[in-house]
Every structure is written in structure tokens, then in C-alpha cells.
Write a protein of this length. Structure first.
Length: 295
């Protein structure tokens, strides 16, 4: 078991996105420590940080970010040949115009990942893709057809990754001076070979929660209006109108509930059963309701 330790710093970074758009950062640092246990289990953690970021359009600062941090952590699951993976992105103090919009965090957490299955998936997928390209060289010049082949191969070999029945979590939060918005998606994956479900053999359960305090949402809308040059009174009136319209629409389509000045959405799914905002319904009923909103 050997360690791989990486540390570094770069200053005065310029990323030219187009002739008129660029992103600059005062500095970038990286600190990473990783190792391979038993020659097959990658574990460790790393942190990459950009400091004092400016987003520039046509020579003018559009937005500033104090720090943007990307963190990665891989841990061995005790007594099992699996690993847990945590990717977290933090954005601290976003400013647009003279408006301090707040700070946020987004994570992707994957638990009970089998690294051997991941390697097997990559190898078999790549071999199959090479065979497809050799048999059908025209795919290289047909993006749509190539995407269809990619999707078909991914679906074919996906059960390799599902055998360990991993859990995927995606928490998101945004905080400003008045409070916090948050959302969380939690998916428990099923092994199709073991699943007894007749409706969905890929998912054991799915939970989705969103909480939006109305004062926080309205403040964000007002700040965005102010950053576009509106005066304070007009920015507030426009924000009130925008958020009121969104909430009315959400309630009309029964997508949200509002209680204690907080808009909420809650979804609980297991194969054959959906509980949406406290109301139990079939998958067909839920899809019909969602379809009305989409169309």
C-alpha cells in the first residue's frame, strides 16, 4: 500500500472561453493524498481550490466568486469489497453587480461501488465500442447514430455496476442572508438479477425533497433584478410578481405545497407505488400528472 501525495499552486490564471468572454482566478491550489489498498481499492481525498474568480464579458466583470472548491473523497466500505465516493463542489460568496447572492454546495455521493465491476464495465464497454466502430466505420461521422450505439452499450453493460446495489445521493443547498434553499435526491439501485419487481427492476427506491423558503427565493429574485440595473422599488415589485406567479403555477399543477411560507416538493417512489406531496398514487397517475405540466 503506497501513497500518492500531490500538492501544487498556480497564480494569475486566465481561461479564455471566447474572444469576448474569459474567466480569471487569482490562484489555484491542489492538495491530494491517495493510495491503492490491496492493489484494487482506490482510497484517499483531494481538494482543488480557485480563489478570487472573475467572470468577464466584453471587458466588464459580470460576476465574482471568492472561492470555488472541488473535493473528492474515496473510502473503503468496512468488511466489504466496495468503496464510497463523495464529490463535493462549494461556491463561496457569489457577487453579481453589487449584489451578494450567497453561497452554495452540491454533492454527488455514491455508496457501495464495486471497483472491480467498474473496471470490468469499462473494459467490456470499450471492447464492444471498438467492435462497433470496426464493423460500422460510418459511425465516426454520424453523431446521432454514435450516441444511439453508446446508449445501447451502456444499457447492456449497466447491470455489472448494479450488482453491488449502490446508493446515489445528490444534496444541493444555496444560502443567502435570509436563509437556505435545499434539495436532495436519494436513489437506491437494484440488482436486476435479484429484483422481484414486475414494474422496475433497476430501482429499489427514489426519494426527492425540495424546500424553498419564499422569503429566500424572493430575495434572490430581487437581487438578480437589482444586478440588472433596476431601482430598489421596481426590483422588489418584480420579484414579488415573479415568485407569486411561479408558486401559483406550481400549486395549480399540484407540484408543490406551501406551508409556513415555505414551498415544498416531496416524492417517494418504490416500484409500483408513488407518494407525491403526501398523496399516494400509481406510477401511471403520477406520470399523467407530470405529463400535464410538461405539455
Amino acid at each position: 500500500m503506497s501513497n500518492l501525495d500531490i500538492e501544487g499552486k498556480v497564480e494569475d490564471i486566465v481561461l479564455q472561453l471566447s474572444p469576448m468572454n474569459k474567466v480569471t482566478a487569482k490562484s489555484f491550489t491542489i492538495d491530494s493524498l491517495a493510495r491503492l489498498e490491496e492493489k484494487k481499492f482506490p482510497v484517499g481525498e483531494s481538494e482543488s481550490k480557485f480563489n478570487q474568480i472573475n467572470i468577464i464579458n466584453h471587458g466588464e466583470d459580470v460576476a465574482q466568486i471568492d472561492t470555488f472548491v472541488a473535493k473528492t473523497r474515496l473510502d473503503r466500505v468496512k468488511d466489504k469489497d466496495y468503496i464510497n465516493v463523495n464529490l463535493t463542489y462549494e461556491l463561496d460568496k457569489l457577487t453579481k453587480g453589487n449584489q451578494k447572492l450567497g453561497s452554495g454546495e452540491w454533492s454527488l455521493i455514491a455508496e457501495s461501488i464495486d471497483p472491480s465491476a467498474v473496471r470490468q464495465f469499462i473494459i467490456q464497454y470499450n471492447i464492444a465500442m471498438q467492435k462497433q466502430l470496426a464493423a460500422h466505420p460510418e459511425l465516426a461521422n454520424d453523431e446521432v447514430a454514435l450516441q444511439e450505439v453508446n446508449a445501447a452499450l451502456f444499457k447492456e453493460y449497466l447491470p455489472l455496476l448494479q450488482k453491488s446495489e449502490p446508493t446515489i445521493k445528490q444534496p444541493v443547498r444555496w444560502k443567502n442572508a435570509l436563509g437556505e434553499l435545499n434539495a436532495n435526491l436519494d436513489i437506491s439501485i437494484a440488482d436486476p438479477a435479484k429484483s422481484s419487481s414486475s414494474t422496475n427492476k433497476d430501482i429499489k427506491s427514489l426519494n426527492f425533497d425540495v424546500k424553498l423558503p419564499l422569503n429566500v427565493v424572493t430575495e434572490t429574485a430581487k437581487q438578480l433584478n437589482l444586478s440588472e440595473g433596476m431601482d430598489a422599488e421596481k426590483a422588489q415589485k418584480q420579484a414579488d410578481k415573479q415568485i407569486s406567479g411561479m408558486m401559483t403555477l406550481g400549486q395549480m399543477f399540484q407540484l408543490i405545497t406551501i406551508d409556513n411560507n415555505t414551498a415544498s416538493l416531496q416524492l417517494r417512489y418504490t416500484p409500483g407505488k408513488v407518494v407525491f406531496n403526501g398523496q399516494e398514487m400509481s406510477e401511471e397517475e403520477f406520470m399523467s400528472r407530470a405529463g400535464r405540466f410538461v405539455h
